[in-house]
Ligand binder design. Structure first.
Ligand code: ADP
Ligand code: MG
Length: 339
């Protein structure tokens, strides 16, 4: 007869880590989200060896109180949720309290942090879930997290990693999604000793888009805006004369979170129907804001998929807004002006 056993907390964390932390880019996504949630106005990311050797993120956010540090790395521990009701009214990027626990279970993690209330910072290291004592350290207000030797104790995961340059590419994409969603935050990304992105804070979203995708894309963008009840849609769509051979340049952010949503992508395709050749995909940068009660973000561990209460309404709002834009724009004249 097989024996049923309760799994050890460490094994539970390793299994949970498998869900959230698939590759170095997942670590980057989680840590950047934490820095945004901490109210940082400046965030720096450095990676070495495609993030397999080192990921370092430093922010000037609120920091963590010394007594709270053990909880920050504990699983199911979060400052972002209190009651079950909060789960249906999420205003932060994180809420599961899983990321730091998962990451520290499968890497060597060092956390240095200081709040504005104290003069000295605190440092904690965790290796494969084993934490050292918290020691005082000098550091500015905010949080610095270093993650080394990712998956050192999960050889199977490690084997599935691609080359450092492929992993660095995934990290760039994770960084792009977050830096695009928050133009009011200053971001820097270094890979090895090369500065890959240096992005000053800006009030103009198009400046941030231009910094990532260059003049060809930025100059082809048309502004769109619509508000329907409590759903707002703002952003840019590209002139049909500038398109892509895949749908990867369709950035949709819902309440600050980058999402992939089949239905919205379909609405986009419908709006451009007849304007693009077969096999070409529109480019868009859209920010949607919806009352958090109307969307369930707790569908998927990485929260990239969400569930809408009124998906149909959103679909037609997007389609209508874009159709209206195309009907009221002289696209042929615009195309001639696109360099
Ligand atoms: P979640 O983000 O879902 O709450 P995490 O494991 O990512 O879970 O983080 C646990 C807690 O640690 C957060 O709720 C937050 O209070 C704290 N924390 C994590 N990163 C930072 C940071 N960069 N600055 C300040 N606090 C942080
Ligand atoms: Mg988090």
């Amino acid at each position: 007869m097989p024996t049923i056993r309760q799994l050890s907390p460490s094994l539970i964390n390793k299994i949970a880590a498998g869900e959230v932390i698939e590759r170095p880019a997942s670590v980057v996504k989680e840590l950047l989200e934490n820095s945004v949630d901490a109210g940082a106005t400046s965030i720096e990311l450095s990676i070495e060896g495609g993030g397999i050797d080192l990921i370092r993120i430093s922010d000037n956010g609120c920091g963590i109180d010394e007594e709270q540090i053990p909880l920050a790395i504990a699983s199911h521990a979060t400052s972002k949720l209190e009651t079950a009701d909060d789960l249906f009214d999420v205003h932060t990027l994180g809420f599961r309290g899983e990321a730091l626990a998962s990451i520290s279970e499968v890497s060597h993690l060092t956390l240095r942090t200081r709040t504005a209330e104290t003069d000295a910072g605190s440092e904690l290291s965790v290796r494969g879930g084993e934490a050292t004592a918290i020691v005082p350290t000098g550091c500015p207000v905010g949080t610095i997290i270093e993650v080394r030797h990712l998956f050192f104790n999960t050889p199977v995961r490690r084997k599935f990693l691609r080359t450092p340059s492929t992993e660095a590419g995934h990290i760039s994409e994770a960084f792009t999604r977050i830096a695009l969603a928050f133009p009011e935050i200053q971001f820097t990304m270094r890979s090895g000793n090369r500065v890959q992105y240096e992005l000053p804070a800006t009030e103009h979203w198009k400046d941030r888009i231009r910094a990532f995708f260059g003049d060809e894309v930025a100059d082809a963008l048309m502004e769109v805006e619509s508000i329907q009840d409590d759903a707002s849609l703002r952003g840019y769509v590209a002139d049909p004369s500038v398109s892509r051979s895949n749908n990867r340049m369709q950035y949709i952010f819902l309440n600050g979170r980058h999402i992939r949503d089949r239905s919205l992508q379909h609405a986009l395709g419908e709006a451009y129907r007849g304007l693009l050749m077969v096999g070409r995909f529109p480019i868009c940068f859209l920010r949607m804001n919806l009352s958090p009660q109307k969307v369930d973000v707790n569908v998927h561990p990485t929260k990239m998929e969400v569930r809408f209460q009124e998906g149909g309404k959103l679909y037609s709002q997007l389609l209508k807004t874009l159709r209206h834009q195309f009907l009221t724009t002289d696209l042929t004249a615009r195309a001639r002006h696109v360099p």
